[in-house]
Design a protein around this ligand. Sequence first.
Ligand SMILES: NC(=O)c1ccc[n+]([C@@H]2O[C@H](COP(=O)([O-])OP(=O)(O)OC[C@H]3O[C@@H](n4cnc5c(N)ncnc54)[C@H](OP(=O)(O)O)[C@@H]3O)[C@@H](O)[C@H]2O)c1
Length: 280
Amino acid sequence: MSKIYQFEGLQFAVIGDPINHSLSPVMHNAAFQALGMNARYIAVHVLKEDLAAFTESAKKQLAGFNITVPHKNNILPFLSDIAEHAALAESVNTVTVKDGSLIGTSTDGYGFEQAVLETGGPALQGADLCFLGCGGVVPALAFHAAFAGVRSIRIINRTVEKAQVLCKKLQQRFPDLPCAYGDSSKTAELLDGVTLIAQCTSLGLKETDPAPIDPALLPRNVFLFDTIYKKTKLLSYAEEHHIAHANGASMLLHQGAKSFEIWTGRKPPLDVMRNALAQK
Ligand SMILES: NC(=O)c1ccc[n+]([C@@H]2O[C@H](COP(=O)([O-])OP(=O)(O)OC[C@H]3O[C@@H](n4cnc5c(N)ncnc54)[C@H](OP(=O)(O)O)[C@@H]3O)[C@@H](O)[C@H]2O)c1
């Protein structure tokens, strides 16, 4: 028998497995309260095998929901429409329920772009962008960047095949976009001329983690954006050597703010959402 989900009186949710750690409810509920909206946002633990039951309930009882790890790709078969950049990346983090249908998009790339701008980094348009890592989040950021007019993309990843597959997909849609890849032995070559580095490996989550590349190879005039919230070894090196840098704290805020705007059509109260996150 499939699981039964009941969301009476609840309108928005975030799903994932695990989900307890999610800061999204704090941020969205603060925004609803600040705007005097009668809406609520909850975290729901959903296993992969329960996605069908969850989405059936969501169609009837929710106005929208976010998706986090590991379901950003798993959710795709349950959607009736997907924004092009999200379909290409095969990654959806925001679903709107419209007339009983589920419409998917991704706000991760937007969150990344706004966070880079807000912390003093360059616009994506015209940037020479290098990703460190090629896990779940990178395709969403890379396709967003390609649509935003990035000049070139490079990807450094331990598993080179993943970077190769993503470069191929990017160039199928954007044939004129230069895309190069390799493992960390190609770091110097791949970082030549880059203006923006997006650190997207999970290295740095633990204090004992090494840096994903030799920090001494960081170009001096690059902007280093580390998607991890903490001060990683790479960020510490950048600070010591006066290389412009920022951690990933505001990326979560901006992807959430965009979801809020998509669902409600209202300007998200950014300061309220930022403060709510800062208090956690
Ligand atoms: N700030 C935000 O709002 C935000 C949002 C999303 C994600 N993130 C961060 O982005 C990072 C990646 O997330 P994800 O979902 O893409 O994770 P993921 O799918 O698990 O990918 C992990 C990436 O790290 C690499 N990696 C892991 N261990 C490694 C090691 N020992 N040596 C070299 N490379 C290693 C993996 O390389 P292989 O491909 O070779 O395994 C892969 O590229 C995480 O740190 C996460 O916290 C931040």
